[in-house]
Design a protein around this ligand. Structure first.
Ligand code: FE
Length: 510
């Protein structure tokens, strides 16, 4: 294993000797790879919190150990020039030893800077945000302390800024960091406290509670404020950049309608559809974990703040859309081509290759290639996001039209209310798009597109949509976007496809 300090000294002298600017730059990059953060104070500077012997050991043995092992692991795998923060954000790409050591290196580099020999007071926007959330600053500190005490075994307690721009206290096990893409409901770390025994045992022995309380005497609130400002600024940049990438591409390429039929068939059995939805969500969570938000009183769980600074992400629709299923298969096939295993590609249009076993193999492959696919650098993914956005806008347009027509049709004694908000619970759980109040009685409705119907005896099939009857509303409404015809059925389809008894047809609105 290379001794990090020796290498730094060697590189520094090389830089001094180097007369060519480009060479200097290359050497500086080489130094960045090592990523040893200088301790910004002496070992004894944080006395009210920690003794110099612990600091010495913590910094020189534990922290440098993580950095050494990380460099070792990275060079063995030939990962090349990487920045620590990028490794952390994409940690799902790496194995366990890199996860532990990169986490250790990153967490401690933050931690040293989060401490200050001088007792500081927090003021400004972050202070306001904290007191708004917890009522008082004391309440915030108490919750932080409780979370720290409740963390069993080794780990860290954090104050993070979530994808939805919310403050949150959380803990992580071992050397995990809230920024790692494998952490559900993570976020951007603003403040963290090391809860490993190596951080306090010499001084405090088993009195971890006392160590936690003394932490407040040395928090570097200036640094925490900088972290907060950095996040609020860069987050906007990131999302704007992503939005630009999307808006640059003016048209979206949909999968061929003839091909979609096969995908629709494959996901028709309820268990296949559920399996597909859950597995795709898992792959998204392991890449965009820090954007995952648990449900609140009004809003459902999901990804927030990916392509726009705070809003619900369109990626929440990825796992329930047939067209993008087809596009994902094409993206995965390209990755398979790249590694030269074309015989392993997927073709769900062939009957013998359109079954649960192949679906399962496909979801494994998607999981394997997820970090190559779920990135704005992948044009197929940008296209998929575009397709989702266009379909969403079409749906919204159709719903607005239906609302207008129904209000005209039912007249003044009725009231038609549409739930257009993406991600509101009403919409998601029962599938309520619209509520029609007729003489004081509410009827909930889900709106689906259709293009034609087929009548057979006393049964009528509504054709031309890719979804299935999983809604709990009173009515199912079908809107023909070309002719604007609306059919309203009682929500009593025969089986899972949209076939009804003719007497379930309540209204036919031309
Ligand atoms: Fe530590």
């Amino acid at each position: 294993m290379k001794k990090v300090e020796e290498k730094i000294i060697q590189l520094q002298s090389q830089i001094l000797e180097s007369r060519i600017e480009t060479e200097k730059e290359l050497l500086l990059t080489e130094m960045k790879k090592i990523g040893i953060e200088k301790l910004p104070y002496s070992y004894s500077a944080l006395k009210p919190f920690i003794d110099s012997e612990t600091m010495d050991f913590h910094y020189n043995k534990h922290y440098k150990g993580y950095v050494d092992k990380l460099n070792d692991a990275l060079s063995k795998k030939k990962y090349g020039d990487l920045e620590l923060e990028q490794i952390i954000k994409n940690i799902s790409r790496y194995d366990k030893s890199i996860r532990n050591n990169a986490g250790g290196a990153f967490n401690h580099a933050l931690f040293w800077n989060m401490l200050s020999p001088k007792t500081q007071k927090l003021t400004g926007e972050l202070y306001k945000k904290i007191t708004k959330k917890w009522g008082t600053f004391t309440n915030f500190k108490k919750e932080f302390e409780t979370a720290a005490k409740d963390r069993f075994g080794s780990g860290w307690v954090w104050l993070v800024l979530t994808a939805k721009n919310q403050l949150k206290i959380m803990t992580t096990p071992n050397q995990d960091n809230p920024l790692m893409n494998i952490i559900d409901g993570g976020g951007f770390p603003l403040l963290g406290l090391d809860l490993w025994e190596h951080a306090y045992y010499l001084k405090y022995r088993n009195k971890r509670d006392e160590y936690i309380l003394n932490f407040w005497k040395v928090v570097n609130w200036d640094f925490v404020t900088k972290m907060y400002e950095l996040r609020t600024q860069t987050k906007l940049l990131e999302s704007t950049e992503f939005r630009n990438v999307i808006s640059e591409q003016k048209t979206a390429n949909f999968c061929d309608a003839k091909e979609i039929v096969y995908y629709k068939e494959l996901l028709n059995p309820y268990k296949n559809k559920k399996f597909y939805e859950e597995e795709v969500r898992k792959t998204l969570k392991s890449v965009f974990g820090q954007f995952w938000v648990e449900e609140t009183k009004d809003e459902m769980s999901g990804f927030y703040g990916i392509e726009s600074p705070e809003g619900r992400s369109i990626l929440n629709n990825l796992n329930s859309n047939i067209n993008t299923f087809c596009l994902l298969v094409k993206a995965v096939n390209k990755e398979i081509d790249k590694i030269g295993k074309s015989d392993k590609k997927f073709d769900f249009t062939k009957k013998e290759k359109s079954n649960m076993k192949e679906l399962s193999r496909f979801l494994n492959a998607l999981d394997y290639f997820k970090t190559n696919i779920y990135t704005k650098k992948n044009p197929d993914f940008v296209n998929i996001v575009n397709v989702l956005l266009i379909l969403w806008e079409r749906g919204q347009k159709s719903e607005r039209k239906v609302e207008e027509k129904l209000q005209n049709y039912f007249g003044e004694s009725s009231k038609v209310t549409r739930f257009g908000k993406h991600g509101s619970k009403k919409d998601a759980f029962g599938g309520v798009d619209i509520v029609i109040n007729l003489d004081g009685v509410d009827y909930t409705g889900q709106i689906k597109p259709f293009n034609t119907t087929k009548t057979d005896g006393d049964e009528i099939a509504v054709l031309g949509n890719a979804n299935y009857a999983d809604y709990k509303t009173d009515w199912l409404l079908f809107h023909n976007t070309k002719t604007d015809q609306i059919l309203i059925f009682e929500n009593k389809p025969i089986g899972r496809k949209y076939v009804f008894k003719l007497n379930s047809l309540l209204h036919e609105i031309e």
